[in-house]
Design a protein around this ligand. Structure first.
Ligand code: URA
Length: 247
């Protein structure tokens, strides 16, 4: 592989496609030219066969369907506002990617989702292996949510819920109990819950299973990573090397 100094996130540069590919893949220009001509290269979803096509380093370039990049990988924490969809594209709603500057968007995706109405910590990256480590069910990565309930729970009901969640609860339409989850009661309607799975609408369905309704859901922690208290909704910041290495 050629020695390439990766560009810092947010730093874009424009160059010919054959030069870009050679730098990003470690192949020689003579090796990449036939690949481009054969149609093995896509730029932002378009197959490009022109060797001199001008590509910017913040575009998404695929060689035989695999991303190739000159950028240093992007790892961000973002405070998701309500009403923003945890996806890269959506016809109806603003997406998490829409909250990022253009230079940080190529190939970046959320490492785990939050419902449209939920708020709080989302991790974003263009490193597919890293996001797999964050979301893989095998890793049992714990997530802590703050929950507001529609109906106050009595002390006895809190105790019962704590036990049910600790033992695992059967969600409607499912056949396997949830894995043990921890419930921390802050008030009759304000709770924190720690879960290690990521089933569809899991936290809302767990409270539905005990006859209640979640009216506010805010994720505050993934693994050991806690959402910065000073990140306003919609704001993001890069993760430090130590934070990236946690996963
Ligand atoms: N549980 C839910 O119900 N919704 C989320 O967005 C995350 C966990």
């Amino acid at each position: 592989m050629a020695k390439v100094n990766k560009l810092a996130p947010g730093v874009a540069e424009t160059m010919r496609l054959d030069r870009f590919l050679a730098l990003a893949s470690g192949l020689s220009r003579a090796q990449v030219r036939p690949l481009i001509k054969r149609g093995a290269v896509q730029v932002d979803g378009q197959r490009i066969r022109d060797l001199a096509f001008k590509v910017s380093t913040d575009q998404l370039v695929l060689l035989s369907d695999n991303p190739v990049s000159l950028r240093a990988p992007v790892y961000l924490m973002l405070n998701k506002p309500a009403g923003v969809v945890s996806a890269t594209e959506d016809a109806e709603h603003q997406t998490l990617i829409d909250l990022l500057p253009d230079a940080l968007r190529a190939g970046v995706h959320p490492a785990g989702r939050l419902d449209l109405d939920a708020t709080g910590l989302v991790l974003l990256t263009d490193d597919g292996q890293w996001s797999h480590r964050v979301t893989s069910p095998k890793r049992l990565c714990s997530k802590r949510y703050r929950v507001e309930l529609a109906d106050p729970l009595s002390v006895a009901a809190c105790e019962a819920a704590r036990e049910q969640f600790a033992q695992g609860i059967m969600l409607r339409g499912e056949t396997k109990l949830t894995l043990p989850a921890e419930l921390i009661v802050d008030s009759p309607t304000q709770m924190q819950i720690l879960v290690t799975e990521g089933r569809y609408h899991q936290v809302k369905r767990m409270f539905a299973a005990i006859g209640n309704k979640v009216v506010r859901l805010h994720r505050e922690q993934i693994g050991a990573l806690v959402l910065d208290a000073d990140l306003e909704p919609g704001q993001f910041r890069p993760l430090s090397a130590a934070e990236i290495a946690q996963f």
